[in-house]
Design a protein around this ligand. Structure first.
Ligand SMILES: *[C@@H]1O[C@H](CO)[C@@H](O)[C@H](O)[C@H]1NC(C)=O
Ligand SMILES: *[C@@H]1O[C@H](CO)[C@@H](O)[C@H](O)[C@H]1NC(C)=O
Ligand SMILES: *[C@@H]1O[C@H](CO)[C@@H](O)[C@H](O)[C@H]1NC(C)=O
Ligand SMILES: *[C@@H]1O[C@H](CO)[C@@H](O)[C@H](O)[C@H]1NC(C)=O
Length: 503
């Protein structure tokens, strides 16, 4: 399957020939550039350079609808290539969250897909048609890898109504149904709401989730190896007991559906970073008006034989707020250089979202070099909030937060046949952008230029959906959209982005 257009490849080929004359520029037009300063360094957004999609009704090898894939994306190690014709190609590993769950959670096994891409950056200032724009990032589904846990049991996406006892190196974990009385062995299953993904050099991968919120490591065949459980301050507790349901907020710890959306690693694979979507309950996370102070954790994962990686850092990240003071929660982070990261913060408007008009969807910058490290302090105990009712404790300096790449710039969207606001058609930008990946441009004149890939979680919204052999109609066709920006990142150490993606 080659997901480039609804209209087939012949017509597309003709379209490309018409709208991409020989004069198409091979470098970004300076008029596209928007710069910001972070600690005296200039970061530049050189504009949107590609757009692609996987249609809402596409299916994968299990027969299920391909959906939710923008929950996490990562370059499959060693695959990213610059081609002599000016294109770039490779494979993205993408990870959906927990299946079509608009009417309640479903028994969706955790999984990831490999998707081949060809990137043909478009640097022109003229507006492409939507169908021509789709030529700039073609995406081809390749394969599915399903996740299993202990005893070779399938994971599920059903709400985490039960807690399974800690056992053989695994912490107490979220399961789908009460284990006693045992209704059926098959329902005492680990439940996952997969959000973050980091691919390791040894073929294993880290996945961060929203129920725990935990960080899991799987082998290359998709079987669970180990689990990292966060400090008590983050674990969801009801009446002093773990309670992983996403339906209600706990008394302390992560709020419902506000788990580890962000996961990234240092280029050498030694330090893993996880970022909570918004504040814990004790830190103001029970209300959008007080939930901006979220926590970033780091773990030493330099030795993958260590069963319980050590927490080595913890910082407070002040999330942006909308015009009414509500927190714009984050959906992903990505390592840039020591102490500097992207954070993707956004509203829930756009195609498939609450309303058509988005006000904030950005890959912003944070710098933790001046922030207070609170790991292993009293703040790791839920009775000592960092920000009671959303007021940050005076002893804590949060990360520096600088707005950067705006996904909903109308000039940029129009160049790719896209728009923000009504009408809610196929060319409306998706609501839920939740992933980031970085690759080198390999331009000797601009050695610090990188491609920033991002993809949306379409919530499996399809009028022709399929799950476990049954069809479903979500009432809307919301494609899995992808965007690629070109950015200048002055702090990146030469070769580190290449090291991170194994090229
Ligand atoms: C939108 O992008 C254009 C370049 O295409 C830039 O000049 C403008 O400042 C951007 N607007 C915002 C609000 O970032
Ligand atoms: C998706 O829908 C389009 C338009 O209705 C149709 O042409 C195409 O065959 C469908 N694809 C799949 C995989 O069902
Ligand atoms: C794995 O199977 C063994 C033997 O049936 C059982 O005792 C154990 O509880 C199972 N572990 C899990 C996590 O289901
Ligand atoms: C979790 O808390 C909810 C109330 O929010 C309660 O109804 C449920 O029984 C608790 N689950 C467990 C496993 O204790």
């Amino acid at each position: 399957m080659h997901f480039t257009s609804r209209f087939g490849s012949l017509l597309l080929f003709a379209g490309l020939a018409i709208s991409s004359p020989v004069a198409t520029p091979t470098e970004p037009d300076p008029s596209q550039a928007v710069s910001v300063e972070l600690n005296g360094q200039t970061f530049i957004n050189k504009g949107l350079v590609a757009f692609g999609l996987i249609p809402s009704n596409a299916t994968e090898s299990t027969g299920d609808t391909i959906g939710g894939i923008g929950s996490a994306i990562a370059f499959k190690r060693g695959t990213f290539m610059s081609n002599t014709d000016g294109t770039f190609s490779g494979t993205l590993t993408v990870q959906p969250d927990r299946g079509f769950n608009v009417d309640g959670t479903v028994d969706y096994q955790g999984r990831q897909f490999d998707i081949d891409f060809v990137l043909t950056p478009y640097y022109g200032t003229a507006d492409l048609s939507f169908d021509d724009a789709l030529q700039t990032l073609s995406l081809t589904y390749i394969r599915t890898l399903l996740y299993t846990e202990r005893n070779d049991t399938k994971t599920t996406g059903l709400d985490a109504l039960a807690v399974r006892a800690a056992d053989s190196g695994f912490p107490q974990d979220p399961t789908a149904d009460p284990p006693l009385p045992i209704p059926s062995q098959s329902f005492n299953r680990l439940t996952l709401d997969c959000e973050g993904l980091v691919l390791n050099a040894d073929g294993t991968f880290w996945m961060s989730d929203e129920y725990g919120p935990y960080i899991y490591r799987f082998a290359s065949d998709g079987s669970l190896i180990q689990v990292i459980s966060p400090p008590d301050a983050i674990l969801p507790m009801v009446k002093n007991k773990l309670n992983f349901t996403s339906m209600n907020d706990p008394d302390t710890g992560r709020a419902g559906n506000q788990g580890f959306e962000g996961l990234t690693v240092s280029p050498n694979g030694n330090t893993l970073f996880a970022l909570l979507q918004s504040a814990t309950i004790q830190d103001g996370g029970n209300k959008k008006s007080t939930s901006r102070f979220t926590r970033l954790l780091s773990y030493d994962v330099s030795d993958l034989t260590v069963e319980t990686p050590a927490l080595i850092g913890e910082w407070v990240v002040p999330l942006p707020q909308d015009s009414s003071g509500d927190t714009l929660a984050q959906s992903e982070m990505h390592f840039i250089s020591e102490n500097v990261f992207f954070v993707l913060a956004r509203d829930a408007n756009g195609h498939g979202g609450n309303s058509d008009t988005s006000a904030y969807k950005q890959a912003d910058l944070i710098d933790i070099s001046g922030a207070t490290d609170i790991h292993d302090t009293e703040f790791d105990d839920p009775s000592n909030p960092i920000a009671s009712k959303g007021k940050l404790d005076k002893s804590i300096t949060p990360a520096l937060y600088v707005p950067f790449v705006n996904f909903i710039n109308n000039t940029q969207l129009a160049r790719f046949g896209l728009h923000n606001g009504s009408p809610a058609d196929q060319t409306l930008i998706d609501a839920k952008w939740e992933s980031l990946a970085l690759a080198p441009v390999n331009d000797p004149a601009n050695p610090n230029d990188y491609f920033l890939f991002t993809a949306a979680d379409n919530d499996f919204l399809s009028t022709q959906g399929v799950f476990n052999g049954m069809s479903f109609n979500a009432g809307l066709d919301n494609d899995n959209q992808f965007l690629v920006f070109r950015v200048t990142l002055p702090t990146v150490t030469a070769g580190s982005v290449q090291e991170a993606i194994g090229i």
